[in-house]
Design a protein around this ligand. Structure first.
Ligand code: SAH
Ligand code: SF4
Length: 396
């Protein structure tokens, strides 16, 4: 697998979906139902087998051909010889006192990614799963530990959906009631948020494909409106997300002037706040929906009353919901978290102007649970990744 160094070259990291890899293996996790039918036809098999395999993977969450018990032994052997399911494997699971479960998963080529299950105690079933879209991130935000890892590679669509399936399987084994006959996972994970490691819109093809795979009728049939994709502001791909999926959009705004935003988020040098908010205005919002704006609060940087007033002006006319995320300090970042009073005053100013504004509390503190903040360094012998305590924003 190539390590990506050019952050703008998205096409170079697009997987060749229907094609086998250098070992002659096709990753079935990446295939749509029609891709799978074509594969079976090309391999002299009847196409209804493709439907069965697709359902095993995407509805029943069986991530090995061996487990597909209604396929003949011969067919399973054939699949084992020419196909593969490259699901990341659970390396560790840590559960926090508040029930948050952090999963470290190892990809087939030994990168570490993470996803975090955030239970909602106050509303049964309104749980959130935060998943990763890349190993590391190329965007370089100065407050974010994932930035320090840089981008190692994109995750394939299959590696993205497998995070959901693996967590559902794990929850089931740990006493969460899951009914495999039901085509919905929504009663366990009400919100799926692309807020883990990586910039989802920098891997937009695979992210869109993953949303389709988990939404497939023969799969979990997971409703795209329960999915939130968070972007640092990759304006060129925002519209595509809106046009090609029904997913909700979250935008990490994080500052109210271009100077400050460019300083903390290099992406702002390419697409400034005006470009970003124009793109939000043209985003095809479904009736009753709003764009979520995330605002990481950094003491002395973006948390003044003046910032609150500028934020109010910027948000005018936008259908918005604003999530204030008090910064979670970590050794890789120079910033500090504002006091609770400062956050409260800021929130009040924005709320008094008529906006929906929430303060997102950090979850899973005691296990360093953090959406996307796991070091994804390639493992060479010993585990070299660095765990950093960063905020976890519950986007529900
Ligand atoms: N790359 C995407 C999604 C992953 S980051 C994005 O940037 O939107 C998810 C959220 O965590 C973003 O809103 C980001 O601004 C926020 N975040 C990153 N580091 C943080 C930190 N140290 N403290 C608080 N929030 C942080
Ligand atoms: Fe990447 Fe998001 Fe972190 Fe920025 S905040 S470096 S875009 S993961």
């Amino acid at each position: 697998m190539t390590v990506i160094t050019n952050k703008n070259d998205v096409t170079a990291i697009r997987p060749e979906l229907e094609e086998a890899d250098s070992q002659g293996l096709t990753d079935f996790l990446n295939l749509s139902l029609s891709d799978m039918r074509a594969w079976f036809e090309n391999h002299g098999e009847r196409t209804f087998r493709a439907d069965q395999v697709f359902q095993w993977i995407h509805r029943k969450r069986v991530l090995s051909f061996e487990g597909m018990t209604n396929l003949s032994k011969d067919l399973r052997q054939k699949l084992n010889e020419s196909a593969i399911l490259r699901a990341p494997q659970i390396e560790t699971v840590q559960e926090s006192a508040d029930g948050t479960r952090k999963y470290q998963l190892r990809t087939y080529d030994d990168f570490m990614i993470e996803c975090v299950f955030i239970p909602n105690a106050s509303a049964a079933g309104r749980n959130t799963l935060c998943i990763s879209s890349q190993v590391g991130c190329a965007m370089g935000c100065r407050f974010c530990a994932t930035a320090a890892i840089k981008l190692k590679r994109n995750l394939g669509a299959g590696e993205i959906v497998a995070q959901l399936y693996t967590v559902l399987n794990d929850l089931e084994q740990n006493g969460y009631e899951l009914d495999k006959t039901k085509p919905h996972a929504q009663h366990v994970i009400a919100n799926l948020v692309y807020m883990g490691m990586g910039e989802p819109l920098h891997n937009v093809d695979n992210v869109i494909r993953s949303i389709r795979l988990i939404g497939a009728d023969d799969g979990l049939n997971y409703a795209a409106r329960r999915i939130t994709v968070s972007t640092s502001g990759l304006v060129k791909n925002m519209l595509r997300l809106g046009e090609e999926t029904d997913a909700q959009l979250a935008v990490s705004l994080n500052a109210t002037t271009d100077d400050t935003r460019s300083e903390i988020m290099p992406v702002n040098r390419k697409w400034q706040i005006k470009d970003l908010l124009d793109a939000c205005r043209s985003f095809p919002l479904k009736a009753g929906r709003r764009v979520t704006f995330e605002y990481v609060m950094l003491a002395g940087i973006n948390d003044s009353d003046e910032d609150a007033r500028r934020l109010i002006r910027l948000m005018k006319g936008l259908k918005s919901k604003i999530n204030l995320i008090p910064f979670n300090p970590h050794p890789l970042s120079p910033y500090e978290r504002p006091s609770a009073e400062r956050v409260a005053v800021f929130q009040r100013l924005v709320a008094d102007a008529g906006f929906s504004v929430f303060v997102r509390t950090t979850r899973g503190d005691d296990i360093d649970a953090a959406c996307g903040m796991l070091g994804g360094e390639k493992l060479e012998g010993a585990r070299e990744q660095e765990l950093v305590n960063i905020s976890l924003s519950d986007a529900s």
